[in-house]
Write a protein that binds this ligand. Structure first.
Ligand code: ADP
Ligand code: MG
Length: 141
């Protein structure tokens, strides 16, 4: 079993589709083992996306991620990191496969509905960024 970090982004919370996206997680065998809604401030969003700080879209990304509340959760499943990336779909919803969350719910590459950790190592870092150990209801660490 493995844990990964998921964020339902501002465009999706705006559209009132948190439940629809949670259903995708559950239908695909994920357990939601931690969750919180947060309106990210600049520092929290900038720190989370520090890896992208030299990219042209960085400021736009931080503005967008701080524009409305987000729903942040830890998902548990076998191969959670890779499996979650698969059900999310490609970064650009135009390239995302049919039946993926981004294909069905995202409108553009910058407003693409969801975030998911891209490696086991980054999942650990991202989970610790938002959750204390005792806020995660999982038997694995
Ligand atoms: P992913 O979210 O699929 O892991 P990246 O880590 O490459 O994608 O990028 C992080 C986020 O930055 C994307 O989800 C998207 O919101 C935004 N982003 C990525 N590429 C672009 C781009 N070319 N223009 C605008 N925003 C982008
Ligand atoms: Mg990424």
């Amino acid at each position: 079993m493995e844990l990964t970090l998921s964020i339902i982004k501002p465009d999706a919370t705006d559209k009132n589709i948190i439940g629809k996206i949670y259903s995708r997680f559950e239908q695909n065998g994920f357990r939601i083992v931690a969750a919180k809604m947060l309106h990210l401030n600049y520092d929290l969003a900038a720190g989370f996306y520090a890896i992208h700080k030299d990219k042209a879209f960085y400021q736009e990304l931080i503005n967008y991620m701080t524009s409305a509340p987000v729903m942040i959760q830890v998902l548990e499943a076998e191969n959670a990191v890779a499996k979650h990336r698969e059900i999310m779909g490609a970064t650009n919803p135009k390239d995302a496969k049919e039946g993926t969350i981004r294909r069905d719910f995202a409108s553009s590459i910058d407003k693409n509905a969801v975030h998911g950790s891209d490696s086991i190592e980054n999942a650990k870092i991202e989970i610790a960024y938002f959750f204390k150990d005792d806020e995660i209801y999982s038997n694995i660490s």
